[in-house]
Design a protein around this ligand. Sequence first.
Ligand code: ADP
Ligand code: MG
Length: 694
Amino acid sequence: MKVVDDYFGCDVFGRQAMQKYLPHSVFKIMCDVMDNGKELPNEIADVVANAMKDWAVEKGATHFTHWFQPMTGITAEKHDAFINPTGPTSVISEFRGKELIKGEPDASSFPSGGLRATFEARGYTAWDPTSFAFVKEKTLYIPTLFLSYDGSSLDKKTPLLRSIQALNKAAVRLLHVMGFSDINKINTTVGPEQEYFLVDEEMYRQRLDLIITGRTLFGSAPVKGQELDDHYFGNIDERVKAYMEEVDEELWRLGVYAKTEHKEVAPCQFELAPVFSAGNVAGDQNQLMMEVLQRVAHHHGLVCLLHEKPFDGVNGSGKHNNWSIVADTGENLLEPGDDPKDNIRSLTILAAIVKGVDEYQDLLRISVATAGNDHRLGANEAPPAIISIYLGEELNAIIRSLISGKDEHNTVNTDLQLGITALPKISRDTTDRNRTSPFAFTGNKFEFRMLGSSLNISCPNTILNTIVAEEMTQFAAELECVSQEKVQEANIELIKRTFKEHQRILYSGNGYSEEWRQEALKRGLSELKTTADALPHYTEPRYLEMFGRHKVYTANELHARQNILLMGYYQVIHIEAQTMAYMLRKQIIPAVLDYEAKLASIIQTKKEAGIKFTMENKYLTEINDALELIEQHLEELEELIQKSFTDSKEAADFAAQKLLPLMDAIRKLSDVIEARIPRDVWPMPDYNDLLFRA
Ligand code: ADP
Ligand code: MG
């Protein structure tokens, strides 16, 4: 019997392996590189590379790869063997420092948004020693950044690392002026809860839409959906259990703290949540988790769908991003302390977050904007496309009293007390939860709930880190202007003022309701419904300036991202439109015509025999009316598909305003026909086959 304690992290070149394989002096330097961001001295790179190779070869590795996250959102890798010829018929395994530190993949086919012309293919990858190398399928994986030759980021990881640095700088500056001189470094902690669907592989193979687009473009409602609420937390059946066991084991070997798994609300929907880890590592590990979930499914005759909305009519999948800040003293800075001084600290950080989220709502919305996620947000199953913050009853009461100067928190059943600092104490356990809030405080962390299930979590975290860094910098600058004995007083005033000015972003009610939408719009909160609406705001001057100030994105990098994301959005929808047209022409229309012929001949036979055929006549008319309309729409769709674009915003608007509504109309008609046609005539597995066979 294998015990997880013995093999957890065995395929990771973590501290234990480093200690074993590196000379002690080099190990200490590596720790300094990992913990304090020190640069790796060139002369020890060879030693580290060689140790890594020895360790990996013992694990059966024959190849190495730089593992990076281009702006496609998924990971990329190119494998090189360790072999180096030593004579006409001999080789030795070799891995040099410079191969560890830098790689030069042919980068011409990755999206660059104009940052690099295609004829100038060279981009390079650079080792990220703050994450961990690992061995998977006989290959040593080295997490890397991906940059163009002028140092512009072509990936998702570089801005994330920059934003963690910016947050560190701002937080330490603020904490020092507040008197917390024992804190010299902070990091973010992130725990992403991953949702996914499982479908039977044989059924999946017969659905071109699932294969090509990850979602069903057709499908009338199943006989049972999620109305009984019987899937959520339900008993996990054997095939899925065996799958989860294998997923866990693989992830544990890779040092991922896979922890909680359960059935989700929709039929065949599940969730896997890890224990949180450092922001950067959490990003890499979530990519690994998604990859392992998908790969292992095939061993069990299943397919794992990470799309945000594979099925109409039941819930889609998201990814809750739990986020907090931890200091080098080990304290969680969002954790309310017993000491009034710590209490001021957590309230100051809360105030910075509230201000940041209010002022940069659009950026947070943009950070989760994708074609897939557009199907969820605002659809009564996921947060609306409007950002608001839920703080919980107790904190709300505290904030109300801070703002009004009256002791309103007495109404709340906790042991609030006005301390010497005139700030009430916050209890640790704010268990009241509001599942409908897009951005909720859950006791000692924030949970950003708008992410789609397939999203690379780097972008939302980059934005979150940067906006909080911005507010903390402003707070620090303000407090630095007052004399030391006045800092606390000024700090409390700052907290009060901030909450007062940004109250509009706080909301505790039902975030899914239409009343909230109306109220939010009255409050002046922004609602960017689609990706095409949201992304054009990315490059507003005030955002360019803010990202520039914190050295997270240059103006060029941000424009490039905007282009890539807008074009990507159009392309996803364009491919869906093409898939839809193909399935109609090749599968659905021929099958419906056959069935119509059959019905017509039944009617004819009945007519000749002089018996009743009114119902058959009715079915034939209904089916034929819908088919006629589909054929007309299809011609229009095929015309629209032909259009080409050079301007990415135009393309995105076209997809949102022309392609999607037409596809929606076609789908509705097709679903009407599907509901009236025998199962064996319908040319693909239906929702009953897909949702209840996993
Ligand atoms: P749920 O939201 O489903 O009720 P929990 O609140 O227990 O579940 O935790 C959800 C996720 O939050 C887990 O992945 C957990 O590791 C993560 N988490 C807990 N504390 C922190 C923290 N301080 N920073 C970041 N993530 C955290
Ligand atoms: Mg959660």
